[in-house]
Ligand binder design. Structure first.
Ligand SMILES: Cc1cc2nc3c(=O)[nH]c(=O)nc-3n(C[C@H](O)[C@H](O)[C@H](O)COP(=O)(O)O)c2cc1C
Length: 350
């Protein structure tokens, strides 16, 4: 029983190595961590945010949520249970969550740890093989365990809405020089510690459907080869009941739990979040027949060729060793009203 003692250096390293494997928009890895006894502070890194493409910081918080989930998995492997509290201190605006370590729990999280390094964003064409029903049910359960819902886009009408909204998002994104310039900083070329290398972009889609996002931001990447993708991509929307930074942090944990569960089932996964990034388009992919939900992510699942991992920053770069406080937060430029929509009662457990 490990929980009697605070994490030692080996525990801390194991948890950090798990956390940094999380997916993040454009592989920005916008996180920093500080250990304080039985607590792990999770901080946003304002130098790694995307003000043009992610003005409300929705994707930032979803990415941070994914890292929190991996931290929980890493903690479970080292014999700790974890309870997450969100936005705990208004005087420390960069501190987005506190992961409190305690007695081990029988939550099955440690069983997901072998898949941390195997999970990847796979932008290659998938085969037409259908996902077994049992795997679909288990992916739904993974989302529900993290207070989110996974909605399969099986009905042609919902796929059509996604297709139309994605086309609009592509047009808006293509027209924005700010967005393209920002993306160029993070996407393309060879990458050693962060960003999305050209080799991870996958081929361009030779067809017309909505299958993968073409993230190319440079001329050579825009001219890469084309390929035929699966005719009927197996798509699902991850949705939450409410919206705001705390829900985004929860959605990120649900996203990563679903992705790891999918990896456990031998599935390849990718994300098509372009629509989610646009407030005026996001509602179009809601389920008109279901209860009102807030879409937080669009997944593609299937069977694809293996792809190499994307790079990560060394863990020494993501550790905060000193105490942080309001003065610390004041040293960096603050983005636009990112926490505006945080509910008054900003603390809750998972
Ligand atoms: C919130 C969020 C949004 C993302 N949106 C997209 C997307 O729209 N299209 C895409 O191809 N990848 C998307 N990704 C995947 C990231 O690009 C990917 O996680 C990152 O490059 C690291 O690579 P990895 O997932 O293979 O570890 C997103 C990831 C996160 C966490």
């Amino acid at each position: 029983m490990k929980a009697a003692a605070a994490p030692d250096a080996e525990d801390r390293e194991a948890m950090l190595l798990a956390a940094v494997l999380a997916p993040s928009m454009h592989n920005t890895q916008p996180w920093r961590f500080r250990f304080d006894g039985f607590a792990v502070e999770v901080h946003r890194d304002r130098n790694r945010e995307l003000p043009a493409e992610d003005p409300k910081r929705r994707m930032l918080f979803v990415s941070l949520g994914a890292a929190i989930f991996n931290l929980r998995v890493g903690a479970a492997v080292r014999g700790y249970g974890a309870r997450v509290r969100y936005l705990v201190d208004q005087g420390r605006p960069d501190l987005v969550a506190l992961v409190e370590l305690g007695e081990p729990e029988r939550d099955g999280l440690a069983a997901l740890s072998p898949y941390l390094t195997l999970r990847r964003t796979n932008r290659q064409p998938f085969t037409d093989e259908r996902i077994p029903d049992q795997a679909r049910v288990e992916l739904e359960l993974a989302a529900r365990l993290e207070s989110a819902q996974l909605q399969w886009l099986d009905r042609p009408s919902r796929r059509w809405w996604l297709h139309m909204a994605t086309k609009d998002a592509v047009a808006v994104d293509g027209d924005s020089r700010r967005r393209t310039e920002e993306r160029r900083r993070w996407v393309g070329g060879e990458r050693s510690v962060d960003g999305v290398p050209s080799s991870a972009l996958g081929p361009r889609n030779a067809g017309a459907g909505t299958v993968v996002r073409d993230m190319a931001a440079s001329a050579p990447d825009s001219l890469r080869s084309t390929a035929v993708f699966e005719a009927e991509p197996q798509l699902a929307v991850l949705a939450t009941r409410f919206d705001g930074p705390i829900e985004w942090l929860r959605a990120g944990q649900a996203m990563e739990r679903v992705l790891l569960e999918a990896t456990r089932h031998g599935l390849a996964t990718s994300l098509l979040n372009q629509v989610i990034e646009h407030a005026e388009l996001r509602w179009q992919i809601n389920d008109p027949l279901g209860p009102w939900q807030r879409p937080q992510g669009v997944f593609r699942f299937g069977y694809g060729p293996p792809v190499p991992p994307t790079p990560r920053r060394p863990i020494a770069d993501v550790v905060i060793h000193h105490e942080t406080g309001p003065a610390d937060a004041g040293q960096v430029e603050h983005g636009p009203g990112t926490l505006d929509s945080a509910p008054d009662n900003a603390t809750s457990g998972v």
